[in-house]
Design a protein around this ligand. Sequence first.
Ligand code: CA
Length: 425
Amino acid sequence: MNIAANNPELKSWVNVPEDSHFPIQNLPFGIFKTKYLNPGACVAIGNKVLDLTYLNNNGFLDDLGLPQGLFNQASLNDFFRLGKKRVREVRNKVSNLLRHDNPELRNNSIAVEMALIDMKEVEMLLPVYVQNYTDFYSSIEHATNVGIMFRDPANALLPNWKHLPVGYHGRASSIVVSGTPVIRPKGQTKAPDQEMPVFGPTKRLDFELEMAFITCGDTVQGESVTVADAEDMIVGMVLFNDWSARDVQVWEYVPLGPFLAKNFSSSVSPWVVTLDALEPFRVQGPVQDPPVLPYLQFKGKRNFDIQLSAAIQPEKGPNTVISNTNFKHMYWNMAQQLAHHSVNGCNIETGDMYASGTISGPTPDSYGSMLELAWKGTKPIKLADGSERIFINDHDEVIISGYAQHAKYKIGFGEVRSKILPATK
Ligand code: CA
């Protein structure tokens, strides 16, 4: 697919620092506010945000014929509901306005002053109103590790795992944007050597390094989305930290699966990086053997080469990168996940979030959770300040970052950063 905004030769008149996550080839969408401006939609370019409400109100986007007030909102849902083609038109138009040889916006000093705002002066908000959140379990390395730790090393994967993308319905109301503190949850736990459960703050708070895709457009209940059409409904992706209380999880999850161990919070990065911008980074996923049923079969490259990392920043002292992994390892791809999700007629809505499940790579330094990195508490992780972790402590900040690397630029996601606060009394 030829997408004008992806041209690697493009340069912007806005200064983009070397190594920036946000060159002109990216142009992710987000929701921002400032001391003076109500929440509205914007695009990232270098260290600036470009105010889409200003551009739409002042004629710069007139040839697109967009609805009035489309961007002057606290979520991107109405924009994304217009569909992937319209989102692509807006991204191409913004790219055109930002290219170094187009004077239209560049030479309009009032417009530049009004529409281009330093990232330091803005607060980024949750990019979409999340109506529905689903969490998959699609990394074969993660599912195998968890199976070895909690069940049977000889039969680590359950019989269904290679036949369908396992998932569950998560909680949408507690999804928060990067920078929002997370309070250590309390819950019910039972140690294996105790007869009765106890109640208190989790002692095994964990992160899960994931990515999530966001849908654009709605289907009618009873309809299904095919694998071939699924990407037409996937507008873009964010980084996703699916917080987990492991001691609560292991006690509560039988027989219906995750509940309070998961629903207290998940944290997301604020920029929706479009699937269009990720187009040059398609790769072939792992071979699926045994072959999947026809409704899950796909053609072409459906995985994406996105480098991911997780770091812990203690209250004092430097941060330590504790994991480096890659989205390309996922056994089940996003098109298969969406096709499977809707194959029974479940309706898809604009702004839904679909998380990948923990993204673990093949080596121990590429695991996507403390549970695996410290192997159920048996192999403590040493931080740069000399302290050790088997799970996440109060006042630790967990930072997940990611980007796709092109020879000439990075398509970055920024980061999702969250500090853990002590449990409430
Ligand atoms: Ca998860």
